[in-house]
Structures are given as structure tokens and as C-alpha cells.
Design a protein. Sequence first.
Length: 462
Amino acid sequence: MAAASRAERTVIENCAIATVDADDTEYALGHVVIAGNLIESVGAGPAPEGLENVVHRIDATGHLATPGLVNTHHHFYQWITRGLATDHNLFDWLVALYPTWARIDEPMVYAAAQGSLATMARGGVTTAVDHHYVYPRGSGDLSGAIVRAARETGVRFTLARGSMDRGESDGGLPPDFAVESLDDALAATEATVEEHHDASFGAMTQVAVAPCSPFSVSTELMRRGAELARRLGVRLHTHGSETAEEEKFCHELFGMGPTDYFESTGWLGADVWMAHCVHMNDSDIAAFARTGTGVAHCPSSNARLAAGIARVPDLLAAGVPVGLGVDGTASNESGELHTELRAALLINRLGAHREAALNAREALRLGTYGGARVLGRAAETGSLEAGKLADLVLWRMDTLAHSSIADPVTALVLGAPAPVTASFVNGRRIVEDGRLLTVDEDAVARSTRDEARRLARIAARG
């Protein structure tokens, strides 16, 4: 308590609050007090009197306060290949784009990470994952570039250090010069964990072991990757059950479906989360529930690539941890997570459960606490509770687009994208009135445009 009394405080008052705690506690008019990098108090009415060291006091009249959004799956490098292969399914899209992606280098990846992070952050994301799996030979320190961009933007970050060792000559999709050898992939992944992973409470940078997918990774890399992650004490991430073609591929190559294959290689467990999980039967869902395996639901990307509708209501009913993901911006050009709240609700209502699939509060939970749970960080972030990290967003709800919707959570999820007046990560304000305070957005826009054009020129010559 003595340390808390000496901490600098930010007091936020007069806003609606959706805490997304275990009881879904909400306040029509309340306060949040930030002390240092932690939430000190949340409640109805004004903040307690007599607080010391108050350095910022925000009158948040007309706003909704929520936990910061948690993005559980992304591919930052794709920011510089947006708008290509727009009428393809997943496999055809990969075949079309891999030759271009195989020519990325460190300056391109750094600029693309800046663009991806900046767009998410100004839209309310406070925790983000990048699943980066393309490491062309001689391309530079790609992992270091991504971590540096996240540090500069100020977003809490997990680098899912991906890998591929099954190139075209081995029946995979990526060109041979874009994949690593088994031993090189494992060694580079371990080095990345040792250099960048922080296991402490409130860590700003963590690393997960993340071979790309069954059709670009050998069984040996899957097995040894799982062993490596558990030896190092980090989480595991990959793509799973994204398309019907993937299920057919797994049956033809391994003699079993994706979930059984993952289990046979050590890839189900409470330390694992999978992206997509669109094509899952009842036994697959039961296996995920039994093992605590999490899911990153990416509704816009699944629609863009015509992959299908994930069974999110059934996953939730079974107790499977589910969060939201932007996915790479070559299959979700907006690059924003707050629009995925709406997409998740609407797309899931097209499925078997129809109007009972998801409601606005369930969608908000997917994008906040659900994501924190998937990343193993629910004790730290994902809800507004005393003692948790001060990762929170103030959404403006008194604009023309929102003011006539009485319920602010409904306005946030079903209305137009709401302006972000303030976003805090670890108690630090990184967004003010819709603009980033940490990086120059205009400079990032110029660098991403320049690097996208440079990549296009190189790919055209290739």
C-alpha cells in the first residue's frame, strides 16, 4: 500500500464502465483510478476523495470505459501486401502471395509492423500478437525488428515466432528459399525466446513457439517445437482447422484429421492456442475443452477467404477459451480489431444458432477477457479490476453515430467504429483523441507505402 500511495495517479470519472469481470459488472456512471501501471479502483460515482499524487484527471462524460482489446492472431508483415488476390480461397491465396512474401527483408518487416501496430493501437488494442513465420535467407533480424516496433508503439506484445520447413519440393506451399531447415528453425526460435521473452507479471514482451501450419511444417518440427516450448516455459501457437482443404490434406498425409494430428504431436493443452478452428466436429471441440486449448477467432479473414463460419457458440458452451484475431491484413485489409467485435456477432448469427449465437456483451468479452485468457494473461489484463494492469480504453459515445443508442455496449459493438479518446497500456497513455502519442502516424504511412512499392518491384523482377 505504501508503494501505491507514492505512485502517480490518473483519475477517470463520469463515464459508463463495462468491467468485463466474472460478473459482467457495469456502471452507468463511474470512475477508474490508475496508480502507476495498475488499476487501483473501479466503481460507481466519483473517485475516492483525498487521493495523493493525482497528475491527470479526465472528465470522461459521454464515454464508455472498457478493458483494452486483445488481438490474439495477426501477421504484421502482410500490411505491405494488402489488396492482392482478393477473390481467392486460402490455398490459392497462399500460392499467389508466397512468392512475394518470400522476398521480405528487415526494413519491410519493421515498417509493416509499425503500420499494423499503429492501426490497432489507435483503434483500442492494448495487447497484440504477431505470428511471423516467413524468414527468407539473408533477410536480416526480422524478429528484432518486430519487437522494436511494438516497443516503440507502446503496445503489450507477444511475438509468436513462426517457422516453416516444408517447401514446395516436399509437398508444401511456400517456395523452398522461404523455408528454414528443421534445426535452424528450432535454434532460431530458442534464441528468440532467450533474447526477448519476459515471464514476469506485467511483461511488455513475450514470445511463443509457433510453427506455421500442418501444410508448411514437418511433423518433426511440430513435435520438437512443442517440446522446446515446454522446456522453455512459453506458450504454443499455430493455425488449425482453417479450411476444408486443410482437413483433406491432413487425412491424405497423416491419416487423421487436424485435431487428432495436433494431439499426436503434443499440440493440445492449456498452453496452446490455435488460429481459426473453423472446421471442427463435436469430438474436436470436446478435445479442445478437455485439454484447455484456446482459439483465436478471426471472422473477417474467414469470410474474406471463404473459409467458413467457426462454431464459436459451441466452443464457448464447451468451455473452450476463445479470443478474437485480426489475422494478417492481406486477408483483413482494415487491420482493426474493434470492427471484429461486430463481425463476430453478425457472422456467428448466420450459423446454426442464429440470433442466439452471440450478444453484444459476449462479443466484447471475446475481444477483451477472452483474448487475455487465450494468451494465458487473464490474471493480468482483460478486465477492469483493482490490481490488474492499467490497460483500458475510453470510447466516445456521444457522437452523431452513437448518441441515440441508449446502451453504450450495444453502441460500441453494433454501431459504427467508435472514436478512441484515450487508450492506456501499462498505465501509459498511448492514444489521445484518436491519434497515437508514441509514433508519427504520417511518417509510418509514408514508410509503409514506400516499402510496399519496393517489395512489389522486387517481386515483379523475381
